[in-house]
Design a protein around this ligand. Structure first.
Ligand SMILES: [Ca+2]
Ligand SMILES: [Ca+2]
Ligand SMILES: [Ca+2]
Ligand SMILES: [Ca+2]
Length: 333
């Protein structure tokens, strides 16, 4: 910037057009930014002195001092998932969301990495990809940008943020309630280090780049929580016969009871109970019940059917902590 010295007592009465020009000149560097005055700005200052030698007031100006504003390197990472993100054993494409903000005063690129093997949890999620959001805040592998370190490190202006998606696979061996933490790390490409570390001439606008209070890198953690369910199936039989005893003799009726118990914090879907009619017995038509209510043998709107060889009851999605009880009857031939 080769501005002529301005200010001083002789310019106290500026014409209005000069005021406008001065306001325009001040507008850019006076923008309020969290990162402060933009790197590469020049801060100019001239002192003046007035004195009277007896022949009237004289004003003199000092030389002008110009200071080039250095670039402060600062970045923060924040998890956008306030609660743990539910996952299931073996699930792929599980997403944690973060925001990366340039808190410095110059444009800067940030290299991204993840840490998935820190302690304090139950398992290590397997990070498969990092994506840069296209601006809508929603993860879509088709429209967001796959991140490759060194190739498309996000470039952020001062105060600018970008949404980053970390995609992971949940190991198959995890169990209900397990927690897995993944941290995203963003580091200034120009350099990181102890606050005050300076990279000569590498700041925006030709000044130095100086590591700020964040160390020019930032990190935050997100976590997955395994929300799984298990199903146990218990079957029992009660026999009644025309003699009024419980002996399984020909002509006796067998009432089978099947109890499906779903446990865990998650749910199962597509749960169905099937039971083949045993040899040497015949199915009692219309005997299927679910939760004590009768179901028709036909394939129809209700959950049960009998196809000539087996009964089937479709239970659909069942959440952990619930049970379903199915009964049907056969007669010993
Ligand atoms: Ca920079
Ligand atoms: Ca871990
Ligand atoms: Ca998106
Ligand atoms: Ca039916």
């Amino acid at each position: 910037m080769m501005n002529a010295p301005v200010g001083g007592a002789k310019h106290q009465l500026l014409p209005s057009c000069s005021i406008l020009a001065l306001l325009a000149a001040l507008a850019l560097p006076m923008q309020a930014q969290a990162g402060g005055t933009r790197a590469g700005s020049t801060i100019s200052n001239t002192a003046s002195a007035s004195f009277d030698t007896g022949a009237g007031t004289t004003t003199i100006d000092s030389n002008q001092v110009d200071l080039l504003v250095d670039e402060l390197l600062d970045v923060t990472v924040d998890s956008s998932n306030p609660a743990d993100v539910p996952t299931t054993p073996g699930a792929t494409g599980q997403v944690l969301t973060f925001s990366v903000t340039n808190n410095g005063n110059g444009v800067e690129n940030f290299v991204l990495s993840t840490i998935a093997n820190a302690g304090g949890d139950n398992y290590d999620p397997v990070v498969t990809q990092i994506y840069i959001d296209n601006g809508d805040g929603v993860f879509d592998a088709g429209t967001d940008t796959l991140y490759t370190p060194g190739a498309n490190d996000p470039e952020l202006d001062p105060d600018e943020s970008v949404t980053v998606f970390v995609v992971a696979t949940t190991p198959g061996a995890v169990v209900d309630g397990n927690r897995g933490i993944v941290s995203l790390v963003a580091a200034a490409v120009t350099g990181t280090g102890a606050p005050g570390t300076s990279f000569a001439g590498q700041g925006e606008g030709g000044g130095d780049a100086v590591v700020g209070s964040t160390g020019a890198d930032g990190t935050d953690a997100g976590a997955f929580i395994v929300s799984a369910a298990t199903v146990t199936l218990v079957k029992s039989a009660v026999v009644t016969n025309p003699l009024g005893t419980a002996d399984p003799i020909p002509g006796a009726t067998i009432t089978y009871t099947i109890v499906a118990t779903v446990a865990g914090s998650g749910s199962v879907s597509g749960l169905a109970i099937t039971d083949n009619i045993p040899a040497d017995t015949s199915y009692v038509p219309g005997s299927i019940t679910l939760g004590g209510s009768g179901l028709s043998d036909a394939v129809d709107a209700d959950a049960g059917d009998y196809n000539g060889t087996r009964i089937n009851v479709a239970l659909g999605t069942v959440a952990g902590g619930q049970t379903r009880t199915v009964t049907f009857q056969t007669i010993i031939e």
